[in-house]
Design a protein around this ligand. Structure first.
Ligand code: RB5
Length: 147
């Protein structure tokens, strides 16, 4: 697996899981761009979704990881940018397909929905899996340019 810079952020609902996932990223040898939050104190998830989205769009990281309580709010935030394909993932197959079929560049977890071991597995699979071309390429292009 090639080594990348991975941007990661969470709100208070994702803070505990963010710590686990940062450990996983370090174990895998990736460079980490940690964009907060840094405690369990209540914050607003859109700020963190936008921070990772902007880091990718500015070329500061190649992929992103986002976590909030459910994973839903922070996905909605990140996906407001057409260049961002943030996939809320609950299992290994979803992690793989989010790359192969949807060319996801951000993986999202619900810190209150998934255990740390499964989330680590999903993250590793997401980072290891390449995108597939052909019909998937065409569909992803349509996501970038909504009509
Ligand atoms: C925060 O309590 C919670 O609403 C947030 O983490 C997330 O689940 C929103 O979608």
């Amino acid at each position: 697996m090639s080594k990348e810079t991975i941007a990661i952020a969470c709100d208070h609902g994702g803070y505990q899981l963010k710590k686990e996932l940062m450990e996983e990223l370090a174990d895998l040898g990736h460079k980490i761009l940690d964009l907060g939050t840094d405690s369990d104190e209540s914050v607003d998830y859109p700020d963190y979704g936008y921070a990772v989205a902007k880091a990718l769009m500015e070329g500061k990281a190649t992929k992103g990881v986002l976590i909030c309580g459910s994973g839903i709010g922070i996905s909605i935030a990140a996906n407001r940018y057409p260049e961002i394909r943030a996939a809320l993932v609950h299992d290994a197959l979803g992690a793989k397909l989010s790359r192969q079929h949807n060319h996801a560049n951000v993986i999202v977890f619900g810190g209150r929905m998934i255990g740390p071991d499964l989330a680590r597995d999903c993250l590793r699979i997401f980072l290891e899996t390449e995108t597939e071309g052909g019909r998937h390429e065409r569909r992803v292009e349509k996501l970038t340019n909504p009509q």
